[in-house]
Design a binder for this molecule. Structure first.
Ligand code: OOG
Ligand code: MG
Length: 259
């Protein structure tokens, strides 16, 4: 078995058994590079596809200037959302299904056409977008204490765990997505707030960056992909009984309960 596949199995076991594990770079592979981390991630994706899971779309992570600065990086990361990760709006996230979840408010894009980099711009993204919609992403690093290096988090499918999409679909031209404000409340109390501009200046830039990153591997963003563009707000830790609500200006609400 390749070492990448071995690391992929280590991380999928942690996810499936709902337990946190030491970072890959602690001892499994201390010299893991970003390029190798994406090969591990690819093994995770292949394994899930072989098990009959379906990809909903790619997701971008670490797209806020604050998170990039904190991680000391110049480029965001991506991972993949699978069908089994979807929770309906108003539904439940069971704590027993996850490890130490956090939630963040995001804007998602549904692509109407393929987007093939390099050189994709935000304007091109908007022209090829079918709809935009609000989302709450539940991230759940498989690593101890939710702590990791850049290669670790890439290998771990960018902490992807669950997603709740809102039910209000809008055409992107109805909005100035950089100015869309969002609040993230737990049990009626606002915990975090922000605007679309927190995401690389404009959420469309996040999709453009994704297309340009995928182009390096000869891949593209596909028509029908539902893409999470990255947290507008900081991520908030979830606890049993939390009622979580994301309110997005012009988009309505997205919510779920932690049980
Ligand atoms: C990595 C995933 C971050 C986002 O929107 O920035 C992410 C992490 O912070 O665990 O999904
Ligand atoms: Mg996210």
């Amino acid at each position: 078995m390749s070492q990448y596949k071995e690391i992929a199995n280590y991380l999928v076991s942690a996810e499936e058994e709902r337990r946190e594990v030491p970072k890959v770079t602690v001892s499994l592979k201390p010299d893991l590079t970003v390029e190798e981390a994406y090969l591990v991630q690819q093994e995770i994706v292949n394994r899930k596809l072989n098990e009959g899971r379906r990809i909903v779309g790619p997701k971008m992570g670490l797209t806020s200037f604050a998170k990039m600065k904190q991680m000391g990086i110049e480029e965001p990361i991506y991972g993949y959302v699978f069908d089994y990760m979807l929770i309906e709006n108003g539904g439940k996230v069971r704590l027993s299904d996850v490890i130490h979840p956090k939630v963040e408010a995001e804007v998602a894009f549904v692509m109407g056409e393929d987007l093939e980099g390099p050189g994709i711009t935000g304007a091109q993204v908007l022209a090829k977008t079918e709809y935009v919609l609000p989302a709450l992403e539940i991230i759940d690093s498989r690593y101890e204490n939710f702590q990791f290096t850049l290669p670790d988090v890439i290998a771990d499918n960018a902490s992807t765990s669950r997603v709740v999409f809102g039910t209000t679909l809008k055409k992107p031209e109805q909005f100035e997505l950089d100015l869309v404000g969002a609040t993230l409340s737990i049990n009626g109390e606002i915990k975090e707030l922000g605007a679309g501009a927190a995401v690389l200046g404009h959420p469309a830039h996040s999709v453009a960056t994704l297309a340009n990153m995928l182009a390096r591997k000869g891949e593209k963003v596909r028509k029908g992909d539902v893409i999470l563009t990255g947290g507008i707000t900081a991520a908030v830790k979830l606890n049993f009984g939390d009622v979580v609500t994301g309110k997005f200006d012009g988009f309505g609400e997205v919510s779920f309960t932690v049980t």
